[in-house]
Design a protein around this ligand. Structure first.
Ligand code: GLN
Length: 217
């Protein structure tokens, strides 16, 4: 474990994996590369061991969870993130990171490395999928800066965040105004929305920066 944590200093180009079992993997690989990382798909243990940080993409959280177990990655991934490896989850990825999941399937299990309660498919039928502009000072979208254009697709929201969790953005759409949609706890970042589906790189850039900081002495 320590060997992995103390990987050599990552200077300008960290290697960041995208969990590639299901979901919008390619979009994340592209956004990470455009943000200055070397981005690689992760499907097996040896690939997981070789990355400095990992992205859990949007998709279907129950399917990704089952595949993680089939590919024997569930426990190793949980251990690495719990041990300090930076992780970023978007949408289904946020659900996978969360400690508590509401409206999950009866046997849904998550990695439980982010101290939040998320509600799956939280926004309801009328707003199954929608887009809105978000203010998020912690992601370079504060007052006087361009807002982040966020795409939500059957998204979860964060119903409750633990004391060590920093709230980065809240929804403004009328049915969900004020609901938490972006959080950070240490090196773990999560968004309800899909920045990988937009050309705005600020969320990925923030994650690449966090990976660099984590590995640069
Ligand atoms: N509703 C999906 C789930 O529960 C998440 C949707 C998404 O990632 N776009 O996993």
């Amino acid at each position: 474990m320590t060997g992995q944590l103390d990987s050599p200093a990552v200077t300008s180009t960290p290697t960041i994996g995208v969990l590639a079992l299901q979901g919008d993997v390619r979009e994340h690989l592209r956004a990470l590369e455009a943000s200055g990382a070397r981005a690689v798909p992760v499907r097996r243990r040896s690939e997981l061991d070789a990355v400095d940080g990992i992205v859990l993409p949007g998709g279907e959280s129950t399917t990704i969870e089952k595949l993680l177990k089939i590919f024997e990655l569930f426990e190793p991934l949980r251990e690495r993130i719990a041990g300090g490896m930076p992780a970023y989850g978007s949408c289904a990825g946020m659900i996978l990171l969360a400690r508590r999941v509401l409206d999950g399937t009866a046997d849904q299990e998550s990695l439980a490395v982010l101290d939040v309660t998320v509600r799956r498919n939280a926004f309801g039928r009328q707003v199954d999928s929608f887009e809105e502009d978000l203010e998020a000072p912690g992601l370079g979208a504060g007052r006087g800066e361009a807002p982040i254009h966020a795409v939500f697709i059957r998204a979860p929201w964060v119903e409750e965040a633990g004391p060590d969790v920093e709230v980065l953005a809240r929804a403004t759409t009328p049915v969900a105004a004020g609901r938490i949609v972006a959080v950070r706890q240490g090196a773990v970042l999560a968004t309800s929305f899909h920045p990988e589906l937009d050309s705005d790189l600020r969320v990925h850039a923030a994650f690449v920066r966090a990976v660099r900081e984590r590995h640069t002495p």
